[in-house]
Design a protein around this ligand. Structure first.
Ligand code: SF4
Ligand code: SF4
Length: 431
């Protein structure tokens, strides 16, 4: 950890003193302490510790703001609960903003006056980034992305080798020697991205999407230099590093001259590139970018791919990734797809924009020091799954897949966890 100096305190405070950000000032001054947000947060619901109340996270950053940016806070701090930016409070900021918040945004939805609590947590993370207080575990994930082009440090040779054997498998699967996984090809309709967890741990989700593209007769390619859709710089709050990652994908779109960028099943990556990216680059994209969930729904709807409506006989449920659904507006497409394939689809309670976070968001999967907490907060999701009696849980996000696999094992749920592409690929009828 960094040694606290006047210089890095000033750097952190500069984030709070950004008077051009009226959204920040409004949110910092709005909480009325009604307490309604408590029941929305998986950390508070699990531990019932007032420290974990969303409002407590708001209070922490607000008290520092008051100390350095308001007249009363500067002169009579105890009157307004103003706090110094000292070692003790920095430790609390790291623990609450990194270790006790997935930035799922559910509390925003339930706040009586609409305080954007997740945004304030993100602002707190930005302050910590400026001051050099990012946990090493999550920072090493960002470093891997910046240094190797993907957050798992997969070498280009390893990646190409994986794609080669997946292509052989695809040929067998569709019984067509001409079936391909095209790499680094220019002027295609689609540049498809991946979460590096796919080539590393779940290569079959790449072949699933390749089979869908094959069935749709799509013109597509994967880049072997920049395919990683994840952006842990978004989680750490380091805008420069998040911008570098977005810019690389943007540049690869230009290099390969594709018409559309398709975002793989990755909630935060989709959000970081699609919605935050233009802000990072201070520029609108001049190409279309949508998620694979929207693309697959469109393929089915327009008849471009045909699926067996009787394919899935087991009971299915769906986990909504926070960044894709509540924070990304993709709510109906995944339901449309599942209803085309599954006979027995049961929703969790609650679901859709009010879903419960699985506990793996906000970079939690990268921070092993909070593993115990991450498994504890996952109990709510485990209960939701149990209550549906489903045998298969679908989720269109590889981070959620990872967390749900661990929850499945930890809470002995005995379910299968699948992505949308996997169930669609299984149900495709090839002509
Ligand atoms: S964003 Fe999610 S995890 Fe964070 S305080 Fe709000 S409800 Fe809790
Ligand atoms: S619901 Fe909103 S206003 Fe009420 S305590 Fe929570 S953050 Fe504050």
């Amino acid at each position: 950890m960094t040694v606290l100096t006047k210089t890095n305190i000033d750097k952190g405070l500069a984030i709070l003193k950004n008077t051009q950000d009226s959204k920040l000032i409004t949110n910092l001054n709005s909480c009325v302490h009604c307490g309604l947000c408590g029941e929305s947060c998986i950390y508070y619901l699990t531990y019932k510790d007032p420290r974990y109340l969303p409002a407590q996270k708001v209070d922490l950053i607000t008290s520092i703001y008051k100390r350095y940016c308001t007249f009363i806070g500067k002169n009579i701090p105890f009157l307004t609960n103003a706090k110094d930016l000292d070692e003790k409070n920095l430790k609390e900021m790291v623990d609450l903003f990194f270790g006790a918040c997935t930035m799922c945004g559910r509390c925003n939805l339930h706040c009586s006056i609409g305080v954007d609590i997740a945004y304030l947590v993100r602002t707190g993370r930005m302050m910590l980034a400026e001051m050099g207080y990012i946990p090493d575990t999550i920072q090493s994930t960002v470093d891997a992305s910046i240094n190797t082009g993907n957050n798992m440090g997969i070498t280009k040779e390893e990646f190409i080798d994986t794609l080669n054997w997946l292509e052989d498998d695809l040929k067998d699967e569709v019984n067509d020697e001409k079936a391909r996984i095209p790499v680094d090809e220019k002027d295609k309709n689609i540049l498809y991205t991946l979460n590096p967890r796919e080539p590393k741990f779940f290569p079959l989700s790449i072949s699933a999407m390749a089979k869908i593209f094959y069935a749709a007769k799509e013109s597509w390619t994967i880049s072997t230099s920049m395919y990683d859709i994840t952006n842990y710089g978004y989680f750490t709050g380091n805008k420069e590093e998040a911008s570098i990652i977005v810019k690389r994908l943007f540049d690869e779109m230009k290099n390969l001259n594709a018409k559309e960028l398709i975002l793989a099943e990755c909630g935060h990556g989709s959000r970081a590139f699609r919605w935050e990216g233009p802000n990072y680059l201070k520029n609108k994209y001049d190409f279309k970018t949508i998620t694979s969930v929207e693309l697959i729904a469109d393929y089915i709807k327009t008849g471009r791919i045909k699926v067996d409506k009787e394919k899935l006989k087991q009971r299915i449920t769906l986990h909504d990734p926070c960044n894709l659904v509540r924070n990304g507006g993709i709510v109906n497409e995944q339901r449309y797809i599942i209803n085309q394939i599954a006979k027995d689809f049961v929703e969790m309670t609650p679901h859709g924009i009010d879903n419960l976070c699985c506990g793996g968001g906000g970079g939690q999967l990268a921070m092993s020091e909070y593993n115990e907490r991450r498994m504890a907060i996952g109990e709510r999701k485990a209960d939701q799954i149990k209550n549906t009696s489903a045998q298969i849980v679908i989720t269109p996000c590889h981070n959620c897949v990872d967390q749900l696999i661990q929850i499945n094992s930890y809470y002995k749920l005995n379910v299968q966890i699948k992505t949308l592409a996997e169930i669609v690929a299984d149900a495709i009828i090839l002509e």
